[in-house]
Write a protein that binds this ligand. Structure first.
Ligand SMILES: [Mg+2]
Length: 382
């Protein structure tokens, strides 16, 4: 079970409708498909979400994986990832100087290694990790749209579809945020409502806005202030607002998770495989949060069904898993995963039992997404 070849293919996938959030509007997403082929002919798939810098910069980092990994056994995932970080950043496993960029870049390699290992031994990845304690994973209804009318209509539809948790982007103008939350609350009845201003507010603005919006019975506000403001800003918010606060962009690493949880600054961690560098990193962060009786909520970034399946494999064995988890594949005009059907049923997706990460790729869809990336010449379309 040695690594014979590693391939990286940038993909561009258009969204069904423009993705509107506090950072602007995106027409599509770029992901990098990672394929690891063993000497037995098994191919494992993963994907990297190049969100923190250009896809080209991330791909340059990824290409170093070839010299590190070729010829090595896929049974040594921890050691292989450690070697990747050591070669690129001169530090073991996680880089002291660039932990976030390293995690973002190499998460796709880790996922592909797990997929290849699971397929090689005929077991789903959750079984390799010690088994699952959840048979399904629950997701929130992710509201899309630009105008207040659009978000209210979509939120109402999601509530009808059975999602218990409805999640709305915020951080636009204060008037628009107030109008959106009021309209969505009306559309979803007594469903649970969470909002995410994506770091758009300063501390005082966040205190004012959250206290004003509290009358709409918000269950949680996710990362309302800059991640750079760190633990103190979230802690100040938590002390001055009645609505629970979640940390998202503030937490990528186990060290950041420990600082956040031990300070009492957040009631929930929203964190995914890409921020934590893969399945093992996600499990480490989740274990730290569990010590403080804090749940982790799967975070979505640019992703296809590959990340969705990998997230479910990782989360299925996490006791302190939230029930308003995030997925993003459903926003795409065309996903590259052919099976299983990843559409949540009443908000839930069953844990995959097929070997590896548990999916089959649609090779034609991969070809179309690769062609779409080449056509736009690597430029991000936003
Ligand atoms: Mg967020």
């Amino acid at each position: 079970m040695k690594i014979k070849d590693i391939r990286f293919t940038p993909l561009f996938s258009k969204f069904k409708t423009p993705y509107v959030w506090a950072m602007g509007k995106n027409l599509g997403q770029t992901t990098i498909l990672v394929e690891i082929e063993t000497d037995a002919g098994v191919v494992g798939y993963g994907e990297t979400a190049p969100t923190m810098t250009s896809p080209e910069a991330i791909q340059t980092l990824l290409l170093t994986a070839k010299t590190v990994l070729l010829g090595q056994p896929i049974t040594q995932i921890i050691n292989l990832m450690k070697q990747l970080f050591t070669q690129n950043f001169g530090h073991h496993y996680a880089s002291q100087s660039h932990p976030r960029i390293g995690n973002i870049a190499f998460a796709g390699v880790e996922l592909a290694l797990w997929d290849a290992l699971g397929k090689s031994v005929g077991l789903p990845v959750h079984a390799l990790l010690g088994g699952k304690i959840h048979d399904t994973v629950s997701f929130m209804g992710f509201v899309q749209g630009d105008s207040t009318e659009e978000v209210a209509a979509h939120a109402g539809q999601l509530a009808q579809d059975g999602f218990e948790v409805i999640y709305l982007k915020a951080g636009y103008t204060n008037d628009k945020d107030m109008a959106n939350v009021e309209a969505v609350r009306k559309a979803i009845g007594n469903r649970r409502l969470r909002i995410d201003p994506n770091e758009a507010w300063d501390l005082m603005e966040a205190q004012v806005m959250i206290n004003k919006l509290a009358k709409y019975d918000l269950e949680m506000v996710e990362q309302p202030v800059s991640a750079i403001a760190g633990v103190p800003a979230l802690k100040a918010l938590k002390q001055s607002c009645s609505v629970p606060i979640a940390a998202d962009q503030s937490v990528f690493t186990p060290e950041e998770a420990h600082a956040m949880c031990s300070s009492g600054a957040a009631s929930l961690l929203t964190v995914g495989l890409h921020e934590t560098g893969g399945i093992l990193g996600f499990r480490r962060v989740a274990a730290i949060a569990q010590v403080f009786d804090i749940n982790v909520c799967i975070h979505g970034v640019w992703e296809t069904g590959i990340t969705t399946c990998a997230s479910i494999q990782a989360a299925s064995g996490v006791p302190n898993l939230d029930d308003g988890n995030q997925i993003m594949w459903q926003l795409l005009q065309e996903d590259i995963v052919e099976s299983p059907d990843l559409a949540p049923n009443v908000g839930k997706i069953p844990v995959m039992s097929a070997p590896g990460l548990g999916f089959t790729l649609n090779e034609d869809a991969v070809g179309r997404a690769a062609e779409a990336y080449d056509k736009k010449n690597g430029l991000e379309v936003t």
